[in-house]
Ligand binder design. Sequence first.
Ligand SMILES: C=C(O[C@H]1C=CC=C(C(=O)O)[C@@H]1O)C(=O)O
Length: 463
Amino acid sequence: MKRMAWEDMVGKLAHTYADDAAVVWEDKRIVRVKIPLEIPLHTFVRWQIAVPAVFSSDPKTHRTALGLGAATQLTGNGPDALGDIQMAIRAKNVPSIPVTWFGGFVFDSTQPVDGTLSGWPHALWFVPTVTLERQGSEQMVTVTAVLPNGLSIAEVNEALQPIGEVLSGAADDGKTAFHSGAGTNDQVSPEVKHGSVGTVHDARSWEALIRKAVGELQRGEMAKVVLARQTPVTIGVSLSEALARLLETYATSHVFALAWDGRWFIAASPEQLVRVEDGLMAVDCLAGTMARGDTPETDQALADALLNSDKNREEHAAVVRVVTDRLRLVAEEMAVPDVPVLKKLANVQHLYTPVRAKLREGKHLFDAASLLHPTPAVGGVPLERALAFIRAHEGWPRGYYAGAIGYVDAGGNGLLSVALRSAAVAYPQAVLYAGCGIVAASNPADEWQETEMKLTPMRLALG
Ligand SMILES: C=C(O[C@H]1C=CC=C(C(=O)O)[C@@H]1O)C(=O)O
């Protein structure tokens, strides 16, 4: 953002803060203004960032948001973390208050968050100090600032200073900003303490792990387990460029990036754990994978093979069964298609069953999320047995991979996406993640190939 535009925006926020147009929320004041802004919101972010930050591009609502700073934050640890945060958010919120919370939670809250994101809590949610939101490709951007009550105009300016440094440091082209080191955030070099990163599987050790799981599955000790692996990479592009690539190539995925304590978790998730919009829920069952073909004919042949594969149908059916069983506890009028359709992404296609239902009166997005997570698209069946297998044998801490990330507004509308096709970043190092559902009929070599395909989005975005 040009310094002039930034100063103009702060001027408008300060003016609104000072008059009756501000909304009072607890000990804070919420001010909202509209400004013209040509450049895309993802161009403002940096790998090395001194404030908590979030970027979210929702493929369904076409709303893009950039949040900087934390006006209020809630963190939690242990199995009750999400429930505790939900209670706190509900206690703090009045439906008419125009704030949006952003955050996420881990895959397994009985395990410490180690590795690249070491020290992150199991669940973390915050309302940014400044949120910029754009609808579709509109030129006008809505800016919401959440500031302490009772500030003078000078203090408003001072409170917004760290945010201004991020926004006014961005050049019009993310690449230029990256190479020139423009912006004060690039000088911030957080002392990141890595925890133990754990096992990085190669094809041999991965296939050995899959054979072990297949043995248990064939003996009937489990029906399905999702096993995942991590792979380290060194980042070769700016965050702005990485997000631009994901947004372009994975236009139907939820592109999400969360910065906390100087590190990022980023994802281009194709799977909604749960979306709530005016009391209506949308839950995705996504499991069963095949490559895309190079021509329409080969693509169709692969799609037919996927739709007719007993092994993939079994992997998929496990998700639909468990999701619909659990969802009943918070849902009414559930609609579940009898057969899956295809969800085609840039380089893979999945079996996909969209489940729709009404959220019961008094229930919240987080109630549904707590019930659904972890679905057999990331955990397994029976759940406890699968989790025990993952904890004992996968060999590395999943952390936020296969957890959930997203946003919720004060009225309870929002989206939690399954944190797939994701990476944890302590710049310039990143760890990428991918997993696949294993059933008794799984072939270890095919499962290695499947994880390679699933790693492609992030490899191409960060390389
Ligand atoms: C666990 C992952 O994908 C899940 C979602 C879609 C298809 C899947 C599969 O076919 O195995 C997985 O269940 C991942 O991408 O890391």
